[in-house]
Design a protein around this ligand. Structure first.
Ligand code: ASP
Ligand code: MG
Length: 432
């Protein structure tokens, strides 16, 4: 669609009344054209709803009470903004889902999606009401589940692109005849039975990319609490600097390695249609931020990505048979089956070492399946550090005071699996 822009606002940008007013200003300043506003759940709502789900399986009454508290905090923000809004039916749906657990053998992941999605549904109701009632914009609320169609892999829905594209033509294009702005939810879609399916934590960026792709947007912007894409996480490192421009390829590599600025699935749909992505600060909207576009590889400074909660699994054959292709293919099938992402790996004659993000339940299930044929040792609480465009002094500095359990070097990328040095053995500690 000509002149259509997609803005995505994350949880931090809508966390309270003044944040929502700021979002309103950014939207009002959007140059002419049609605008889709994709919004996440407010602040830490998704974490709170995850707790509700966990409680719902043990103590439904307590879960219903927590849900009421979440509803009340949303209403408080709406009142502060002077909005006339009704969230009752939304939260009643949530209660119904909690109470249904008692009667039926419902799956955890299914219930999770029905309840956790309330965060986005509620935040968008509020943002929409603010834009309509306080700013008098020609705006409508769009239920993303009407257009974003997925399979039924709850908590990690996979997009049915054909159907989604078709529904966009049928639903969104006509809406833009009457409205200039559509407010919709990130993170959610629906399966063929119209059950809500979420797209994975932090999936709102991906949703915005789906919207951009299906509408052939002129560009997409993600509004964040950082000035753009930085060379490292400013919460972990000092002296980070802003990268003004990244190619799609570089952005996809960085996010794959765990850079949390954008969800890794976001880039591909944009690259496929050559849609530029701006990552900008909602605190400082007029500053340029970072643009991701084009294929041209530029010269980049070293970029450091840190992934915590890593676990190394040392898997060895019991009968000393070689870890050859047949073993590897069996192991990889099991990693895929249990949805464990392999972050780094190496095989020797009879062993296979792999670094994975620690998901205890999934890993326990995988290990149980291979227990007969392999011995397993593992090490937890590790850090995986990836350095793109590395320079040796940066690599050395990152290793300081740590034990390197695994190091891999390919052109452009060094990866280190690090363990904190037990404090008493550190050379830099003076004892007297
Ligand atoms: N609200 C969801 C989450 O916190 C999706 C998102 O923020 O992108 O994971
Ligand atoms: Mg978020």
């Amino acid at each position: 669609m000509e002149n259509c822009v997609v803005y995505k606002f994350g949880g931090a940008s809508v966390k309270n009344a003044s944040a929502i007013q700021n979002v309103g200003r950014i939207i009002s300043n959007c140059p002419d054209g049609k605008l889709i506003v994709v919004v996440s759940a407010m602040g830490k709502t998704t974490n709170a709803l995850e707790e509700v789900v966990a409680t719902a399986f043990k103590n439904p009454t307590e879960a219903v009470a927590s849900l009421q508290t979440i509803k009340a905090s949303h209403l408080e923000i709406a009142t502060e903004l002077d909005l006339n809004i009704d969230l009752s039916s939304l939260f009643e749906e949530g209660e119904k889902n909690i109470l249904a657990i008692r009667d039926e053998e419902l799956e955890y992941d299914f219930i999770y999606d029905q309840i956790v999605s309330l965060g986005e549904l509620a935040s968008t109701k509020i943002v929409n009401a603010y834009l309509a009632q306080s700013l008098s914009l020609e705006v409508d609320w769009l239920d993303a589940r009407r257009v974003v169609k997925t399979d039924n892999t709850y908590r990690e829905g996979r997009i049915n692109w054909n159907e989604t594209s078709w529904l966009f033509q049928k639903t969104v294009q006509p809406l833009f005849k009457s409205y200039n702005v559509l407010v919709t939810q990130g993170f959610i879609g629906a399966d063929d039975n119209n059950h809500t399916v979420t797209l994975g934590r932090e999936g709102s960026d991906y949703s915005a990319a789906i919207f951009s792709y299906c509408l052939d947007a002129s560009y997409m912007a993600i509004w964040k609490d950082v000035p753009g894409i930085l060379t490292a996480d400013p919460r972990l490192f000092e002296n980070v600097s802003l990268i003004d421009k990244l190619s799609y390829l570089e952005a996809i590599e960085m996010t794959y390695y765990g850079a949390k600025v954008i969800h890794p699935k976001t880039i591909k749909p944009l690259q496929n249609k050559n849609i530029p992505l701006y990552v900008k600060s909602f605190e400082n909207p007029s500053s340029a931020g970072t643009v991701i576009a084009g294929e041209l590889d530029l010269r980049y400074p070293p970029v450091v990505v840190v992934e915590k909660d890593q676990r190394l699994l040392y898997i060895r054959t019991k009968d000393l048979s070689f870890v050859a292709e047949h073993h590897l293919s069996r192991l990889f099938n099991l990693f895929a089956k249990h949805r464990i992402k392999v972050n780094l790996m190496r095989n020797t004659a009879i062993s296979f070492t792999v670094c994975v993000t620690d998901r205890p339940d999934r890993i326990a299930n995988l290990l149980a399946e291979i227990d007969g044929d392999f011995t397993i040792e593992d090490e937890k609480n590790l850090e995986l550090i990836t350095i793109r465009h590395y320079q040796q002094p940066v690599v050395d500095a990152l290793k300081k005071g740590k034990i390197v359990l695994f190091e891999e070097r390919i052109p452009k990328t060094v990866q280190l699996v690090l363990k904190s040095m037990p404090l008493l053995k550190r050379k830099d500690v003076e004892y007297n």
